[in-house]
Design a binder for this molecule. Structure first.
Ligand code: TNX
Length: 523
């Protein structure tokens, strides 16, 4: 009897070991390897008879550069048998490829797994896929990445490239930080100075020519993301981090304070709400996915300006407020109200948990890893939460002990393995298994990132690690197996001309440094 169990255990282990050699990132929940293989004729393109999913198959052919005239069918079956959003079954049995799922996201996840199998096979023989039955589902529904394009602007090609890799890695939410102190990066037709004036400058050069996305470009990016089943959440940061907007329209500024002039919007002025609501109206049309991020972070940095603001004083008198945080909360409630009236969901940074925004309409990004009590408060209040704590989810942090540019927190920085082992290495199970926690997200702030080279360097390979963090359950995680798969992916980066960090050979690409390192900032 004992022997029998041992055999089963050994067999199961062998199976996993073997299976992880498939170079799939993120790694699926369950992989059965068959003895068979599936041969795809060299000149073949994929096709499906399921007319609903032609675009997904076109995407696959496009990614693989397939344009021949032979045809290899993918059977796509929508069935309730596969449970959960994003779940799918992919089988490559004898000469048939099939994807089963309950809905669209699941189908697309099956397609991206097939894409990775084809890429992996390509190295040896482009025509032979292993015989497999993969049953897979995501650990978290929200698998996000945030790019800050205010501090430095990267443009269409860079964003499309990121979206393309996100889809490859089953990351399905792109949080786009489009406004901040250093630049306003999205055209708003009603307020042209936002980009003409507010778009001037960046973190390293306050006089650089205005850079921003036109509405036409935004639509193109949104369509590009949609083809890859990625939702875009635009962020207009308020009432803090608003310096660029206030440069363009000073009448909505909350005032000046040393080091943080015009950092806030004026919460005491009725016109401020009209102005911002008009902006939100244009945003709602541009981003049809239905979520808008209103920021809400670090207002404290500039809030002292409200001491000398007569509008704020009047507001506080009228409402009986005794401190500025109450005015800040009032501002957030008014703006959240506007977003909700536009039939959108509100997203915000964790400072806004204090504002008691309506739970059913609001999602919270928890970013202050040094404030676990705020995460707990958000859970208690019932908000859906996305985990993006500075440690280990901020990609502006350095990723190797030898790196000199980028942040650290009390000496801590974010290696790809720290990201891979999030959240189970950082939080307790009652927290990361809470039904309120709907996902994880990595954030790339770009104070120290001025070039494509450095952007690549901070993102690759940590993008692969955050994909596993969002998708793979802790029981399936294993450093050696992940490293083996990652090595294959480093080759993809190399072939794509990406300037990545190689953790197995740190001197392969030397650290890309754009900005002379400053003493470490604490907050
Ligand atoms: C904090 S995270 C910020 C950003 C900075 C970042 C640098 C957050 C909501 N606010 O404005 O860019 O730290 O790591």
């Amino acid at each position: 009897m004992k022997k029998y169990f041992l055999l089963i255990a050994l067999f199961a282990f062998y199976n996993t070991l073997n299976a992880q050699n498939l170079n799939l990132i993120p790694y699926p929940q369950q992989v059965k390897q068959l003895k068979t293989t599936l041969r795809i004729k060299p000149e073949s393109m994929f096709f499906t008879k399921n007319s609903q999913y032609k675009n997904e198959v076109l995407y696959l052919n496009g990614q693989l550069g397939l344009a021949g005239k032979g045809r290899q069918e993918i059977r796509i079956v929508i069935t309730k048998d596969i449970e959960g959003i994003g779940a799918y079954r992919l089988s490559t049995v004898s000469n048939k490829i099939a994807i089963m799922a309950a809905e669209r996201e699941g189908v697309f996840n099956g397609v991206t797994t097939l894409l990775q199998l084809c890429r992996s096979a390509k190295a040896e023989d482009s025509r032979i896929l292993p015989g497999l039955i993969i049953n897979d589902k995501p650990r978290y529904q929200w698998r996000g990445f945030m790019l800050d394009e205010s501090r430095h602007f990267f443009g269409m090609a860079a964003v499309k490239n990121i979206l393309n890799w996100m889809a490859f890695y089953k990351l399905n939410r792109f949080h786009w930080h489009l406004t901040d102190a250093q630049g306003w990066r999205i055209e708003i037709k009603k307020y042209p100075w936002l980009t003409k004036i507010g778009g001037i400058g960046n973190f390293t050069d306050s006089t650089a020519a205005a850079r921003y996305y036109t509405q036409k470009e935004i639509k193109e990016i949104v369509a590009y993301a949609k083809r890859r089943h990625i939702e875009i959440v635009p962020e207009i940061d308020m009432p803090g981090h608003a310096t660029a907007a206030n440069k363009a329209y000073p009448k909505y500024s909350g005032g000046k304070v040393k080091g943080y002039d015009d950092f806030t919007f004026n919460p005491g002025k009725e016109e401020t709400y009209q102005f911002l609501t008009n902006i939100l109206k244009e945003l709602k049309v541009l981003f049809p996915d239905g979520r808008i991020h209103i920021g809400g972070d670090e207002v404290a940095l500039g809030i002292k300006a409200w001491d000398n603001n007569t509008d704020v004083k009047k507001l506080m008198e009228k409402k009986g407020y005794t401190d500025h945080q109450q005015a800040e909360a009032y501002f957030l409630r008014r703006i959240a109200d506007s977003v909700i009236k536009l039939k959108n969901k509100v997203m915000c940074w964790d400072e806004a948990v204090a504002a008691n925004l309506p739970v059913n309409h609001v999602l919270v990004n928890w970013w202050r890893q040094n404030k676990p009590e705020v995460l707990q408060e958000a859970i208690t209040k019932g908000y859906p939460i996305i985990l993006s704590p500075r440690l280990p989810m901020y990609f502006d942090f350095v990723q190797d002990s030898t790196h000199i540019s980028g942040r650290k927190w009390d000496g801590h920085y974010n290696t790809y393995l720290d990201v891979y082992h999030f959240p189970e290495n950082d939080l307790t199970a009652d927290v990361y298994q809470s039904k309120n926690v709907i996902g994880v997200q990595a954030n790339l702030w770009t104070e120290t990132v001025a070039s494509q080279k450095r952007l690549d360097y901070l993102l690759f390979p940590r993008i692969a690690a955050v994909a596993e963090s969002g998708w793979t359950f802790d029981a399936t995680k294993n450093d050696d197996l992940f490293n083996a798969r990652l090595k294959a992916h480093l080759n993809y980066y190399k072939n794509a001309g990406i300037y990545y960090f190689d953790p197995f050979n740190p001197s392969f690409h030397k650290e890309a440094v754009d900005v002379a390192p400053k003493p470490v900032i604490k907050d």
